[in-house]
Design a protein around this ligand. Sequence first.
Ligand SMILES: Nc1ncnc2c1ncn2[C@@H]1O[C@H](COP(=O)(O)OP(=O)(O)O)[C@@H](O)[C@H]1O
Ligand SMILES: [Mg+2]
Length: 320
Amino acid sequence: MEVTEITNWAVDLIRVHKRYGKIHALRGVNVQVRAGEIFGLLGPNGAGKTTLVKIMMTVVRPDEAHGTVLGRRLGHPKKLARVGYLPENHRFPPYLTGLQVLDYFAALAKVPRRVRRQRAPELLDRMGMADWGNTRVSKYSKGMLQRLGMAQALMNDPDLLVLDEPTDGLDPIGRRDVRLLLQELRSRGKTVFLNSHLLSELEMVCDRVAILVGGYIARQGTLSELTEHTVEYHVVAEGDLADLDAQIAELQARRDRSCVIVTGHDTRRVNEVIDLLRRNGRMIESVRPHRFSLEDVLMEVIGGGEGEPVPIARRLDAPR
Ligand SMILES: Nc1ncnc2c1ncn2[C@@H]1O[C@H](COP(=O)(O)OP(=O)(O)O)[C@@H](O)[C@H]1O
Ligand SMILES: [Mg+2]
């Protein structure tokens, strides 16, 4: 008997566990993706991102997993017809042309021949490869293979698009093209689930992000939810402030060259720092709030508090 659960989530994965022998790759992962959003699963290499996606796509069997994909229980084969999938490091038979690849994989996904014939050249064109359809994929560059992989994932006009490291091998223009494509798909109501170790890619395009580290979801939420609690103020003064270090420390601030950093939403302490500097005849150059970037949050999570401190120069340059 089929059980259809009513859920607002396009993807709702609950308590996913996976061991490969001694490696406990996923240790009770919970991930929720809203319908119509671009969701990014971010984590360093080996975090378990590909394993999670493969479990979603029923390519890998979990030790434990609950939840739904497009409203059907995880692993339900029928719903996969509504899912487009770009695997990590995908390989296509080198003797096929681009158009043949699209036709072949869409046929496997049971896309009718008439639709395949029409959609394959359209998608190649959309991916900027209109002239390459009749060339064998053995002649394609890494970036072209990746574009073809994206086209392949779209051949069944999926409701949910699952992309594992889609910008791998793409140059900056290719990466921008992928971003624009994902935004276009979102505007058409599609849901995108995106794996990446490149946070700059996710930061620019995702509505919500989960950070997977060592088989656990360390953080999950919108970009502003992930970064809102991590604010600091930078008070920059002229000259060297080393002689004031003890007093700066008393105000629970810290110093990086001529910048005094106050962590948290604490404007009273910011003013105390300014008073201290002025009392000592220092010229204030600027006072600015600095919201942490997703990268800062990622470093904090990966570092687990004992990792390398994030260099202050990069924080100052980070986008707000
Ligand atoms: N088929 C496999 N056999 C054994 N170990 C695996 C296999 N696939 C992945 N792993 C291990 O599981 C962990 C997670 O891998 P993976 O899901 O590929 O992470 P990511 O995609 O985040 O880089 C890694 O330690 C990896 O070595
Ligand atoms: Mg991977």
